[in-house]
Ligand binder design. Structure first.
Ligand code: ADP
Length: 485
């Protein structure tokens, strides 16, 4: 049973092979017409030979019947000339001839067996009544039977009928010979076709072997020289290789960006640690000479660095959670957006007051949308925090809520320092900051906008920034109103 199952799967595998299919197709295309041709040739010969024989025997019978009608054979069957003619004809066709009078009595049988008997076959009856020639064929016993009327040509009077049977043995023998020869040729063609099919299925698929080899070689480790492997034999193989190279270079890019990310993370995490180390070392070295005030100041700095470290780690965790891979859960539910934004304004008011920035809110339309409130709040909060952080005393931050037919539109504008044009596409990269030292000074981690963008993409939304250096920045966020559009 086990071998049966495994052989079945092996068969399926064989059937699924393109090489096998090409082999099979070439084989069928080569062999089926040959079989059909043989069949048609043999059949065609048979029907032609039979028809020819029928017409030959019918003509001959008609000639004999005409002789019979002209003599008084029906009253005297001893006419030697006629009897000779009948015997000759039956010998010629390797058959038998019956002469029947109009009472359906057999008056002559060249076999001599049935003389004096009656014959009432449908052929004889319809032949006598309709004065027509009749023919039938017995395929099994291999003979033809021709029935012709014996009639007076002038008056049309029917005297009787002549039944001639002729053997078809010679036709069948010829047919068998022909069939045997055709089969022999068929076998030769079959062998040639198998050879052609084997060769074709081999050569046609060779380029795919190259493709498989190239893909296989990656298993053993990525080889940069692989980039140059091209299989231009077919458009398909070329496309596969192009797609493959594209995939490989994407993988290399992902690899490089992961390495860069790890390097960045290590660097970012090390910076606060290095500061703490410097601060604590200098405290240790100074020994007892440090007064309590300086001590407290240093400890406060160390605590600030711990907070920073904590913030970076928390941001990294948020970023991983919002990474947009398929495990990221997002719960889209209908929410009024206005209360959510107002709550954010309330939360950030102390920070804005501390920075001397005015917070403004404008609701152009009340909007309800399918959102994950926690994730969207985090995204907008980051934008508002940046708008406050990268602002100037006496500046303003304005949040607006609007909607079009499909999207909720939230904008966060500020009167801050702005973002240079060459940086505007990079600000969403992890750890990217326009001014590294300034960002660090005001407690930035370089991860805020990366988190914001991920959260918005999870909502299948979009984010865009427009900025003029020295005048301010506007971030526009669009979120689909309904999750199923
Ligand atoms: P950070 O924690 O440094 O603020 P973000 O990812 O939130 O990191 O922002 C990336 C960089 O984009 C910031 O360092 C800052 O240079 C720039 N940026 C973001 N928002 C604004 C803004 N509203 N005005 C000016 N620059 C901004």
């Amino acid at each position: 049973m086990k071998t049966l199952i495994s052989s079945f799967f092996q068969d399926v595998r064989l059937y699924r092979s393109l090489r096998f299919r090409i082999f099979l197709i070439v084989l069928l295309i080569g062999i089926i017409p040959v079989i059909i041709m043989r069949y048609m040739m043999v059949r065609g010969y048979e029907s032609r030979a039979i028809n020819q024989k029928i017409s030959e025997v019918t003509n001959q019978s008609a000639i004999v019947a005409a002789h019979l009608a002209r003599t008084d054979y029906f009253s005297d069957t001893s006419d030697i000339v006629i009897n000779d003619e009948l015997i000759q004809m039956s010998n010629l066709y390797d058959g038998r001839i019956l002469v029947i009078n109009d009472d359906f009595l057999i008056i002559k049988d060249t076999y001599g067996k049935s003389q004096g008997r009656y014959i009432v076959s449908s052929e004889v009856i319809s032949c006598m009544n309709g004065s027509r020639n009749m023919s039938s064929r017995d395929e099994e016993n291999r003979y033809l039977e021709i029935t012709v009327p014996i009639l007076d040509e002038k008056t049309g009077k029917v005297y009787g009928a002549l039944v001639a049977s002729a053997s078809t043995d010679s036709i069948h023998d010829n047919e068998e010979l022909l069939d045997r020869r055709a089969r022999f040729i068929e076998v030769i063609i079959f062998i040639i076709v198998v050879m052609i099919a084997t060769a074709l299925s081999g050569t046609l698929l060779k380029p795919f072997d190259k493709v498989i080899k190239a893909v296989d070689s990656v298993k053993e480790g990525f080889d940069p020289g692989m980039e140059s492997i091209e299989v231009p034999d077919y458009t398909e193989t070329k496309d596969i290789m192009d797609a493959f190279h594209h995939l490989m270079s994407r993988m290399a890019e992902v690899d490089a960006s992961r390495e860069e990310f790890v390097a960045n993370v290590s660097h970012e995490l090390k910076t606060p640690l290095a500061s703490m180390k410097v601060l604590s070392d200098s405290l240790i070295q100074s020994g007892d000479s440090v007064d309590a005030e300086t001590y407290r100041e240093f400890m406060q700095d160390i605590a600030a660095e711990v907070d920073r470290e904590n913030k970076i780690i928390n941001n990294l965790l948020s970023l991983v959670k919002l990474d947009g891979n398929k495990d990221t859960e997002i719960e889209l539910e209908p929410h009024e957006l206005s209360p959510m934004l107002q709550q954010l304004i309330k939360t950030l008011t102390p920070l804005a007051e501390k920075s001397g920035v005015e917070l403004l809110y404008e609701e152009k339309l009340p909007v309800e949308a399918d959102v994950d409130e926690t994730k969207l709040s985090l995204a907008i909060m980051n934008l508002m925090e940046n708008a406050i952080k990268y602002n100037k005393p006496g500046g303003w931050v304005k949040v607006t809520l609007d909607a079009d037919l499909q999207f909720a539109v939230i904008t966060v504008s500020d009167s801050g320092m702005g973002i240079p044009e060459e940086s505007i596409n990079k600000i969403y990269d992890r750890f990217y900051r326009v001014d590294k030292s300034h960002s660090r000074e005001i407690g930035g981690t370089g991860l805020g906008l990366a988190i914001t963008r991920n959260a918005i993409l999870l909502h299948r939304g979009a984010i865009k920034a427009a900025s003029i250096v020295g005048e301010g920045t506007t971030f526009t966020v669009k979120i689909p109103l309904r999750k199923d559009i």
